[in-house]
Design a binder for this molecule. Structure first.
Ligand code: ZN
Length: 368
């Protein structure tokens, strides 16, 4: 996938097509934003747990991808969210992939918004969505914070960011350092952008947003790891939620749970894992382990993200949900974990334990 994206973006840049703008900031603009970071090694960010070398046969993997095992067998159930009423104490609406509307103590947070048809620098090539977006940008209720995990195309979409900036002028864009340079390059007003590095924080109103190290990488073009990648601890006055972004497994989540938890709600990526890149994306069982580390034995809810919308690995469409559902039931020595798997557009009130997400809890089995 990486090679395909890189060659596409460089072709666009060479041709001077509009898609080149989606590449974002120049290396100089990024360097100015990250200058002096205590996490830079040279001019790059690095994982505390380095990824092990790729194993297996990349050529065979490409063949597997082209055979498209990751498509749903039937049309995916999608619900249109109504967004009626005020922001709640703890609730989540999953809009597909890593895009979710999270409500924490009356604050509305939109994570990694991707409303475009493709997660790519071009709307002509690249992974296309397998279900329509449950709503348009203009249908969203007032958003307080747009929260970005990292600058990969399936998490940071230029058209969505620009559209949100126009339709939600009061929203604050909160992102790891380096990513802010992309937003400024796209014309987002500097006063609407707040950045932080791992373990520092951005405070918006009464809510603290703390980026923590994810085990991943970054980059939108030929360069790599010049911007920071992160998961986010969202610390409201009364409730705490965690948004994983993209990550491989790391024991460091135990420290995150100790420092910022326990969280009552976690949104953890469960899809796009592959034996070829075991340390870049967790599988469903590892996602559950991370949830346990973050919630420390408390009664908390896991809502899976990063699956079902874009086909980015070789697993089948329904495998992440099936493996998560099975593993969440627990085993001897492992307590069960409370999960809700919303359909795109499905919402769930974590306090009241109600919502459209549990009207047809087995919805995904129809398309698996
Ligand atoms: Zn991703």
């Amino acid at each position: 996938m990486r090679g395909a994206v890189t060659s596409t973006t460089s072709r666009l840049a060479d041709a001077g097509l509009p898609g080149a703008r989606a590449l974002g900031a120049t290396l100089d603009q990024i360097a100015a934003e990250v200058a002096g970071s205590r996490f830079l090694v040279g001019d790059r960010f690095v994982n505390a747990d380095p990824a092990s070398p790729m194993s297996g046969n990349p050529a065979a993997a490409l063949g597997d991808m082209l055979r498209r095992p990751g498509r749903p067998t039937r049309r995916i159930m999608v619900s249109t969210p109504d967004f009626i009423g005020g922001a709640r104490d703890l609730a989540v609406t999953w809009l597909g992939h890593a895009t979710a509307l999270v409500e924490v103590d009356g604050v509305r947070i939109l994570t990694d918004p991707v409303f475009s048809r493709r997660c790519s620098p071009s709307q002509l090539v690249g992974p296309a969505r397998m279900h329509p977006m449950p709503c348009d940008i203009d249908d969203l209720p007032p958003i307080d914070v747009v929260l970005i995990s990292h600058d990969h195309y399936d998490h940071l979409d230029m058209a969505s960011v620009v559209g949100l900036s126009r339709s939600q002028p009061a929203a604050v864009f909160v992102c790891p350092i380096g990513v802010g340079a992309h937003l400024r390059a796209w014309g987002i007003p500097a006063e609407s952008i707040r950045t932080a590095q791992w373990h520092d924080e951005v405070v918006v109103g009464a809510t603290r947003f703390v980026p923590v190290p994810a085990r991943h990488f970054s980059g939108r073009g030929l360069d790599r790891d010049s911007t920071m990648w992160a998961g986010w601890a969202v610390l409201g006055p009364r409730h705490r939620a965690y948004f994983s972004g993209d990550t491989g497994f790391s024991e460091s989540y135990d420290d995150v749970g100790a420092a910022y938890g326990p969280f009552q709600l976690t949104l953890v990526a469960i899809g796009a894992y592959d034996p070829l890149w075991p340390d870049i994306h967790v599988n469903p069982e590892e996602a559950l382990t991370i949830h346990r580390m973050l919630t420390r034995g408390t009664d908390a809810l896991l809502v899976p993200i990063h699956w079902g919308t874009f086909n980015l690995a070789r697993h089948t469409w329904g495998e992440p949900a099936a493996r998560l559902s099975h593993a969440a039931q627990g085993s001897p020595g492992q307590a069960p974990v409370d999960i809700v798997i919303p359909q795109p557009g499905g919402e769930f009130d974590v306090i009241g334990r109600t919502g459209t997400a549990i009207v047809a809890p087995d919805w995904w089995k129809e398309s698996a």
